[in-house]
Design a protein around this ligand. Structure first.
Ligand SMILES: [Zn+2]
Length: 281
């Protein structure tokens, strides 16, 4: 699953490469990809074809490409989607769910290697875009909203939830998933079940700094563009975690801080945490 740092790298690349271009052709492989935004594939294609991309925004893990005529093209990479920039002549691969070409060259392909794709895309009125994409209006985007540490502290106190579950809950925080929630908590040296309202001032500052550092480091690790990086591969086919990850996917390996083995613990159905039992309190 793509999380905020990787999607931000994609957004920057789209801003550079796609903004200012006009959509020429649209290929959608399955109608499920355009629901619930559209009834069928032709409805989506005709809404997008001929439109000019005027801005590239992101909220959480969702990309919003603003179009002319106050429309916005929403791309939600879902659980396993990835975006690639291609030449206009490149044939979409077997996993490609969506391929969009532009009049002055280039194309964007969105793919997901699964029989039940979770990628969603559609064209909606710009004013309704967040709501249409299911983004909670109260949820915090740690990069986009750029809170101060004191604002972040008030947010944590008001939420009053165990830290790991708070970080991954899109009703509270968008764009942080299983990977960076563990990385942030390790960096901050805080336990997954520490109640967010019971942090000392020091701990709030540590957690705040950790969110900033982890997001910046992850953006650096993701490289600079859609054609350069496999940003969806946090853990490769051999089960090796990406180099910039300190705890996620590293059960049994020594903690980089205290050398105790990292453990993987199940918190509830489908939710796991990788953590160090020694230096996260
Ligand atoms: Zn440790």
């Amino acid at each position: 699953m793509l999380e905020l740092p990787e999607v931000e790298v994609l957004r920057k690349d789209l801003e550079k490469e796609v903004v200012g271009k006009r959509v020429k052709d649209v290929m959608v492989r399955s109608a499920s990809v355009v629901r619930p935004f559209h009834r069928n594939r032709p409805e989506f294609s005709s809404a997008l074809e001929g439109r000019k991309v005027v801005a590239a925004r992101r909220r959480g893990q969702v990309i919003f490409l603003d179009l002319d005529e106050d429309l916005t093209w929403v791309i939600d990479p879902g659980e396993g989607g990835s975006l690639h920039r291609q030449t206009a002549t490149e044939e979409p691969g077997d996993d490609a769910l969506l391929a969009v070409t532009f009049t002055i060259g280039g194309a964007v392909h969105v793919s997901e290697a699964t029989d039940e794709p979770t990628v969603r895309t559609g064209v909606v009125a710009t004013a309704d875009a967040y709501e249409a994409a299911g983004i909670s209006p109260d949820a915090l985007d740690l990069l986009d909203d750029n809170p101060t540490w004191m604002e972040f502290g008030r947010f944590l106190a008001a939420a009053n939830r165990p830290l790991k579950l708070l970080l991954i809950d899109p009703e509270y925080i968008v764009g942080i998933g299983p990977v960076y929630s563990d990385e942030i908590l390790w960096e901050a040296g805080l336990r997954h079940d520490h109640p967010s309202a019971k942090l000392s001032t020091q701990e709030v500052r540590r957690l705040y700094r950790a969110t900033q550092e982890v997001i910046v480091a992850a953006m650096k690790a993701a490289g600079s563009g859609l054609d350069e990086v496999e940003v969806d591969q946090m853990i490769d086919d051999e089960g090796e975690a990406a180099d910039h990850l300190r705890v996620y996917g590293r059960a049994g390996e020594p903690c980089p801080r205290c050398r105790r083995p990292i453990v993987r613990q199940r918190l509830r159905k489908g939710v796991y945490t990788y953590r160090c039992e020694q230096c996260m309190i």
